[in-house]
Design a protein around this ligand. Structure first.
Ligand code: SAM
Ligand code: ZN
Length: 373
């Protein structure tokens, strides 16, 4: 199989030409460039948030591009461990480390869980970027991450998390997923809830700082504190999403049962994380450090101010037989009525607002019949 050199960020790496399947000699997905760009941006900010030396682990490294970019683009990384179970990947990681003249790094060829288990409470940042679900790596990552450390976690098993395969979600994450207009946000919340529950076993609290979803994956960045009270506070934010299939009402609850105001019984998803998925201060710091991701962070900054439910404008319009309206119109309209409202990184037709569903519907209807309330 042929290799070729590609450039991404500050790295230039050898990759095997493949078909983007698990059967490639070494997996490399150019479409994950944004995932790697934003990960570099987050690690730069993490580095500034801790006085500690940064020992990082790219635990499922593929050709090594992620760990190499961290080493080259984030100032003062003390040491990087780049690991992959695949012996061919291990070979190309070594070659790429040397080709990029990365000195403070080591290549490893282990099961990620074995490697992480050898570094209990030692690692300041762990990246988990698996094929599919990260669930099987989270216990070992939870043990290995230091107090004051950080995690960057990818999941590509969107089907189970979005309610297409709820049985698989239940098996992997111990949570019920739900196919709705906000299924990807719900999937992200199930994943964050699972990370919190997993780390709490080790008396560690996980605080999400930036969580988003793209076409192929979910990505979670968060900070870890080794403290029973932090773990308790994080667990206290795990609950359920109650969702009314009849009228579209949705709310978080600590119970998975309830009756909607319209009289219908709620369906539910969870357990899942019910808190804010974005930290405004963290988003500000990313923007200052990395002007390249300005547009994405701009949406997140706006969204971080609205700790409320997510809706899909098309879904509301189609359920209520209304013509669709532009997101900016609806956001402005709700703000004029003193509700919090923003767009969302979860999609161009998504809106986050604390306005009740009847007010959102009324605002859309007013657009069709101005002057009427
Ligand atoms: C999605 S790829 C990683 C891509 C890489 N992080 C990047 O940004 O290009 C997942 C990698 O995990 C490796 N892998 C799968 N199971 C593993 C395990 N149990 N321990 C370590 N590596 C594993 C695979 O060989 C594959 O290279
Ligand atoms: Zn209802």
């Amino acid at each position: 199989m042929q290799t070729k050199i590609i450039h991404e960020g500050a790295a230039k790496v050898y990759i095997y030409e493949g078909k983007l399947t698990k059967k490639d000699p070494v997996f490399f997905n150019p479409d994950m460039k944004f995932n790697r760009d934003i990960s570099v941006a987050c690690l730069k900010v993490f580095k500034k948030m801790t006085p500690e030396k940064m020992i990082i682990c790219d635990s499922l490294s593929g050709c090594g591009i992620r760990g190499i970019r961290y080493s080259l683009e984030v100032p003062k990384i003390e040491f990087a461990v780049l690991n992959d179970l695949n012996p061919t990947a291990f070979g190309i990681i070594k070659k790429n480390l040397s080709y990029n003249k990365v000195k403070n790094a080591a290549a490893e060829n282990m099961d990620a869980n074995v490697l992480l288990s050898m570094h209990k409470n030692k690692l300041n940042f762990i990246d988990i970027d698996p094929f599919g679900s990260p669930a099987m790596f989270l216990d070992c990552a939870g043990r290995a991450v230091r107090h004051g450390g950080f995690l960057g976690i990818t999941a590509t098993d969107l089907g189970p998390l979005a309610g297409t395969y709820p049985g698989t979600c239940l098996r992997r994450y111990g949570a019920k997923s739900l196919k709705t207009d906000i299924m990807h946000e719900t999937g992200v919340r199930i994943l964050v809830g699972y990370i919190i529950r997993t780390l709490s076993k080790y008396d560690k609290g996980f605080m999400p700082l930036l969580c988003f979803s793209s076409r192929h994956y979910h990505r979670i960045f968060g900070a870890v504190r080794r403290s029973r009270s932090c773990a308790d506070k994080a667990v206290a934010k795990v609950g359920y999403l109650l969702y009314c299939r009849k009228c579209g009402m949705r709310q978080f609850s600590f119970s998975n049962k309830g009756i909607c105001a319209c009289g219908a019984e709620f369906d539910y998803a969870g357990p899942l994380y019910t808190g804010n998925l974005f930290d405004r201060d963290f988003a500000d710091k990313i923007e200052q450090t990395n002007p390249k991701v300005e547009k994405f962070i701009g949406i997140i900054k706006e969204e971080s101010m609205v700790d409320a439910m997510l809706y899909d404008i098309h879904e509301i319009c189609s359920r209520n037989k209304l013509d669709t309206v532009k997101r900016d119109y609806l956001v402005n309209c709700l703000r004029k009525r003193s509700y919090k409202a923003s767009g969302s990184v979860f999609g161009g037709f998504k809106i986050r607002t604390d306005a009740p569903i009847n007010i959102i519907i009324e605002s859309i209807r007013n657009h069709e019949n101005p002057g009427q309330t």
